[in-house]
Every structure is written in C-alpha cells, then in structure tokens.
Design a protein around this ligand. Structure first.
Ligand code: TTP
Ligand code: MG
Length: 382
C-alpha cells in the first residue's frame, strides 16, 4: 500500500515565539541564548542565520559573526505552551499525529483524498492561531517527509517521492540522513564512502559485515530512502510539568503553597491548550541540600482544572512536610489522555495499573523523560 506521510517543523521556533511578544524585533537578527560565557545558541532568526549564526554555536562565536544580534534569554515554558497549541491543531485536523519534538511532528495522511490541501490548511491555521510559520515535507514515508520539510525552509512546502529524494540528495553525505550520526558518517568516510550514492553501491552483505545485521540492513534501506516506520500517535505526551527554582530558598509552608498554586495555573494552561487531562498529580521538591523528592497521587478520574490539581499538590506538599528550606518546586500531571478518550475522561485501565506506563516519554524536550511508571510510588526523577 503506497503511503503518504507529512513532517511539519516550525521555523526558527524559539526565536519565533520571542518575536510574538516582542514584534519590534521583527526583521532583526535575534539569537535565543543565555547570556553567559559558556552559553551556546539554542536557535536564531533567519536574519541572524544570514550572518552565519547557527544552533549549538558558542555565543562568543555568534557575537563575533553578528555583533549587532539581539540576545534573548530562553523561556522554555513559553515554547511549551506554543508547542501544545500547535500540536492541538494538528490533532484536530489529523487522526494520527506523532510529535517528534517541541516543534515537529509526523502526520499519517494515507487515508486522505487530498493530503496537500490538508497540509496547506494546517499551515494556515497554525499561522492564524499561533503566529508560527511552519515548513512541511510530504513523502511516501517518514524519512523522505522529514528530509523534504528541511529542503526549502523557511515556509517550505516540498512534496517528494523516493526518486526525487535520490535526485536531490544522492551526492550529499550519508550524514544528512536522520539516524546516521557524525560517528557513523566518519566511519563510512574511512571506508571511502563519502556520499549516499556511494553508500548505495555497497552490498547489503558488506554493510552487515561492517555494522552488524541490524544496522547493516537498516543502512542499506536508509540510503535508498526506504523506511517503513509507522506514525505512532501513542507517542503522545504522558505527562506535563512546570517547575521553578527560587532566587532564595523558601522556608514557610504557605509561601511554598502559593508557589505551587502559581505553577499549577501555568501547568493547567499548557494542559488545556493541548486538550489534555490527567489522573496523576505529582509534586517535586528540591531541598537546600539538593535532596530531590517526588510525591504523586492518582485520582479516580482525569482532571484538567486548577482547583483540583492545586489542592492535591498542596496536600502532597503538606504530607511531605519539607524538613529544610526548599530551593525548587514543581507540579506535574501524568497519565494524560486526550479529549474524549476513555469513558468520562477516565482511562480504560484498572486503578492499580501504571497509568504512565510505556517508555516514559512526555511532551516537551524530554525534561519529563523519566516519568515514574507507578504513580504514587514517587521517584527521584520527575
Ligand atoms: P529546530 O527545528 O532544529 O530549529 P528551529 O525551529 O529553530 O529552526 P528551523 O526549524 O527553522 O531550522 O529546533 C527546534 C527548537 O529546538 C529550536 O527553536 C531551539 C531548540 N534547539 C536547541 O535548543 N538546541 C539545538 O541545538 C537545536 C538544533 C534546537
Ligand atoms: Mg524547527
């Protein structure tokens, strides 16, 4: 069965969010980066890229290339919220959505009569409703779609088949193929393989001899732009959290509760923005000596309201009763389900089963990656 898959990636994501609240910076080279000697650039506007500034470049180098760049501090909470709004639009429009990061997702379009029209509509909605500009790649599989979305950024819209991908990329380095990292590319170079075309000329048996059966076969298919990976909508976030480190440690319970309620308000905005509800409310507390504990409680039904989540969070904090001043507090909602999932928003799972089972993936850039598998058990990690 021929498939149609799209990959959508927001343009200059962190920087674009910053421009929403500081429109006076539009058209200027903006670099999102902490202002410290060892900081590296998270991203920058295309105006800054014209000067050679890039993601992951040391700030000192970015400054040298573009002294007039405007530096903006990263604000991950703001990026998460915009990300949730974009993902919510994708889920409204398309059944199978696999977020692949804060600003990118794969969409399974095989069932659609007009996948291009659907993607044009989605790009327009994202622009209207969030102010973000997106680039889209459409192809027969995830690999080609991902490569295509990157080809004509910003505001790209590239439809490509495997032959087209071959025509455009065969003479490039194998390292441009997602999944082939710098070390693999370097290893291939040492064997005289500098391009995708040269890689495709190596026999499968030889690749297996070089890289073992799994990676060898995978490489053989990869350089032919062959990929049968499914779009996995269950890679939805399993949890959402907000946390903050205080300028000065807190040592009064009422002040801590106030902070937890503030975090809960921000959490709920993000959760509702993504159309989520969750059954497990958790808190994270880091004490003055850096001891970090989490506590969680699983409720009978999924919730998204500030009052309930805030109440449970404060109860968990009072029950824990921090014995030292507190330097960080966090609140977390796990076992997330989308709107309309499960009867009355409840998960179709028995109460004592791990709600957040699976691989612990979560929304965002992996800050929640180690979600506790058994709610209520607590965990050193979030
Ligand atoms: P990307 O999609 O790679 O980059 P981008 O959206 O800024 O620019 P474009 O897609 O138009 O090329 O990454 C998404 C966000 O992830 C980016 O805005 C900032 C963050 N990020 C980092 O923090 N460090 C990095 O090294 C990279 C590549 C991205
Ligand atoms: Mg991007």
């Amino acid at each position: 069965m021929p498939r149609t898959v799209a990959h959508l990636d927001l343009d200059a994501f962190f920087a674009s969010v910053e421009l929403l609240r500081r429109p006076e910076l539009r058209g200027r080279p903006v670099v999102v980066c902490r202002d410290s000697p060892r900081a590296v650039v998270t991203t920058c506007t295309y105006e800054a890229r014209a000067f050679g500034v890039r993601s992951a470049m040391p700030l000192s180098e970015a400054r040298r290339r573009c002294p007039q760049a405007v530096l903006v501090d990263p604000d991950l909470d703001a990026y998460r919220e915009v990300s949730a709004a974009v993902m919510a639009i994708l889920r409204e429009e398309i059944e199978a959505v696999e977020p692949a990061g804060l600003d990118e997702a794969y969409l399974e379009l095989s069932e659609l009569v007009s996948p291009r029209a659907a993607m044009r509509r989605i790009v327009a909605r994202i622009a209207d409703e969030t102010g973000m500009r997106a680039s889209v790649g459409i192809g027969p599989n995830k690999l080609v779609a991902k490569l295509a979305s990157d080809m004509e950024k910003p505001a790209g819209f590239v439809v490509l088949d495997r032959r087209g991908a071959w025509r455009r990329l065969a003479d490039g380095s194998p390292g441009v193929l997602p999944g082939i990292g710098p070390r693999t590319a370097e290893g291939l170079r040492e064997r005289g393989v500098h391009t995708i075309r040269q890689l495709a000329a190596v026999s499968e048996a030889e690749l297996v001899a070089w890289h073992g059966p799994r990676s060898g076969r995978w490489l053989w298919r990869r350089c032919r732009f062959d990929d049968d990976a499914a779009v996995l909508p269950h890679r939805d976030p399993v949890s959402e959290s907000r946390e903050t480190t205080f300028a000065e440690d807190l040592d009064h319970l009422p002040t801590m509760e106030e902070a937890l309620l503030g975090l809960t308000a921000r959490l709920c905005e993000g959760v509702r923005g993504g159309g989520w509800r969750g059954r497990t409310v958790g808190i994270k507390v880091r004490l003055a000596d850096f001891t970090t504990v989490t506590r969680a409680r699983t409720l009978p039904a999924a919730v998204d309201d500030e009052a309930t989540i805030g109440r449970v969070a404060c109860e968990l904090l009072r029950a824990y009763a921090p014995a030292q001043p507190v330097r960080l507090l966090g609140v977390r909602l796990a076992g997330l389900v989308g709107e309309g999932e499960g009867p009355g928003g409840q998960l179709a799972l028995p109460l004592d089963l791990p709600v957040a089972a699976g691989d612990g993936r979560s929304r965002g850039a992996g800050r929640d990656a180690a979600a506790p598998r058994v709610p209520g058990a607590g965990s050193a990690d979030w």
